[in-house]
Design a protein around this ligand. Structure first.
Ligand code: HEM
Length: 512
């Protein structure tokens, strides 16, 4: 009896001790799990929106120097976590890849992208996964990129001929690069150029109108639309952006209807129709009952838009920055040209297959992507569940932004980060394909850019030919040190002032 009461007492005491211990650590554990990343105190209603200047990536970069590589702010009604170091980017894009694989819903995705039917704004799920598979294994596969190389070759030739005709005159570089890329992407995606080169030709749109339509899309997809962040005043459309988005949506709708009508007419009554371009392929898929998640016409429109948008401005912006940096340090052009003369020679143009033999051009490209990432901040990711990062709690619904601009300027990773030095990439195994978190021009993981391979071909081959084919100087005898390198914020971070140059051909005339 005594033995059993003693063991009861021991049991009760042990139980009490455990409860006491748990009561000591549980609140701590609870508090610890709930600790949010550090960040500035938010104001009512606007949160920290007041801290964003005209270049939000730079404002957030400055704040991260105060609060650290993972910080939490509030934009309007929503928590926003900003990751500004390779380790934090890895946590989001690799370790917790699935949790952060979605995007927040916004007005741009709804109105300008066929109700979230494009890849960029599609929420994570079977539709997104299927479309990424279609892009990676079909539309943008190496086989297809090889079979369409002749288009890029022909258009690049037209591009250098146009530049040659303007020899000695001031030229706004991005005008010509945009025309080149729109021509390439229109032919690859739509089968032909759906714009006329001049007012005289009969076509639905002039190049100027075509470009304006896409520029408006880029702008409206990067604006800070107050209604997205403070949903209870969304209906007021205070900045008038939603009105513009609706008007733009109608233009895109009419344009794609016209493109699809022509494509459907060309395959009518044709037995064993062989798709000639990406739209043919997607329309055939839309009619295929065996496809896992059936594609609607709006979804085909969304994907077509992705391909056209993704393939144009991204590489134009990168090439314009690369040329600007090179013109600031003309000895780098001489070094690149020495490589081109040695490996390619002066009697032909650079082709895509040559790129692997041009390590200095590759280094220029990487250095440009480090210092001027097209997406200074990756498009926002959305936390689908609660999760812990570096000991901080991130709650479901948080918007997560990776500041690649900040990572590219981190002095603990890059020696003299403000300097443009391609040499830092020579004989270094740093790639841009999402494996190395110090350099993420295309993102990484489940939302990584599906067009990176085409993007690299477009950018490197054109840049190499620009250097190979022309002598370049700044217009109006501007000195290299006077060339402004100010940025303008957008879905793609462009130069604030377009680059204007004067060039003259340097290869034999019959090549142009
Ligand atoms: C130099 C060229 C390019 C650069 C620097 C670039 C960069 C990027 C970046 C940073 C992202 C976001 C990744 C993320 O959220 O983590 C992205 C997404 C995307 N890119 Fe690119 N890109 C380029 C070329 C292209 C091309 C050629 C295409 C298609 C023809 C394309 C189509 C897309 C699409 C559809 C997405 C959305 C993917 C998703 O959200 O799942 N891009 N790109």
């Amino acid at each position: 009896m005594e033995a059993s009461s003693t063991s009861w007492a021991v049991l009760v005491l042990a139980w009490l001790a455990i409860m006491l211990f748990l009561s000591k650590i549980a609140p701590f554990k609870h508090r610890h799990r709930q600790k949010s990343p550090p960040g500035p105190k938010p104001w009512p209603i606007i949160g920290n929106l007041n801290l964003l200047g005209s270049l939000p990536h730079q404002s957030l970069h400055k704040l991260s120097q105060q609060f650290g590589p993972v910080m939490q702010l509030k934009f309007g009604s929503f928590p926003v976590v900003v990751a500004s170091s390779p380790e934090m980017a890895k946590q989001v894009l690799k370790t917790h890849d699935q949790i952060f694989a979605s995007r927040p819903l916004n007005a741009a995705g709804k109105y300008t992208s066929f109700n979230f039917c494009n890849l960029l704004w599609a929420p994570y799920g079977p539709y997104l996964q299927q479309c990424r598979k279609i892009c990676l294994s079909e539309l943008l596969s190496s086989k297809r990129l090889e079979s369409s190389e002749y288009i890029r070759f022909e258009e690049r030739h037209d591009f250098v001929s146009r530049l040659c005709a303007l020899s000695g005159k001031p030229v706004q570089v991005n005008d010509h690069l945009s025309r080149l890329n729109f021509s390439i992407m229109s032919r690859m995606v739509l089968g032909k150029k759906y714009f006329s080169e001049s007012q005289l030709e009969t076509s639905n749109m002039t190049f100027k109108q075509f470009r304006e339509m896409f520029n408006e899309w880029m702008l409206l997809n990067s604006v800070l639309n107050i209604g997205d962040w403070i949903p209870w005043i969304e209906f007021l459309d205070l900045q008038g952006y939603v009105k513009r988005m609706r008007a733009l949506a109608k233009k895109f709708d009419r344009f794609f209807d016209h493109v699809f009508d022509e494509h459907m007419a060309s395959r009518e009554g044709v037995e064993q129709f062989v798709p000639k371009d990406m739209v043919d392929f997607l329309l055939e898929l839309a009619d295929d009952p065996r496809v896992e998640v059936k594609l609607t016409y709006d979804q085909v429109k969304g994907l077509t838009q992705d391909l056209l948008v993704g393939g144009t401005d991204t590489s134009v912006v990168t090439m314009e920055w690369a040329m600007s940096e090179l013109l600031k340090q003309p000895h780098l052009i001489i070094k690149a040209r020495e490589e081109l003369d040695r490996i390619i020679g002066k009697d032909r143009w650079v082709e895509e297959k040559d790129i692997a033999q041009l390590p200095y051009i590759d280094a220029i490209m990487k250095e440009t992507m480090r210092k001027h990432p097209v997406a200074a901040m990756l498009p926002p990711h959305l936390a689908l569940e609660d999760c812990d990062i570096a000991g901080y709690h991130i709650s479901k619904g948080t918007r997560v932004v990776i500041n690649t601009w900040s990572i590219g300027r981190d002095p603990s990773i890059w020696d003299a980060p403000e300097e443009f030095r391609p040499e830092r990439f020579i004989e270094k195994a740093i790639d841009v394909k999402g494996q190395d978190f110090t350099l993420l021009p295309f993102g990484s993981g489940r939302r990584m850019c599906p067009g990176y391979s085409l993007g690299l071909r477009l950018t490197m081959a054109t840049l190499a030919n620009m250097i190979h084919g022309f002598e370049w100087k700044l217009s109006d005898n501007m000195k290299p040190e006077d060339l402004s390198m100010e940025e303008a914020y957008g879905l793609a971070t462009t130069r604030k002032f377009p680059l204007v140059v004067v060039m003259k051909p340097r290869l034999p005339y019959h090549l142009y």
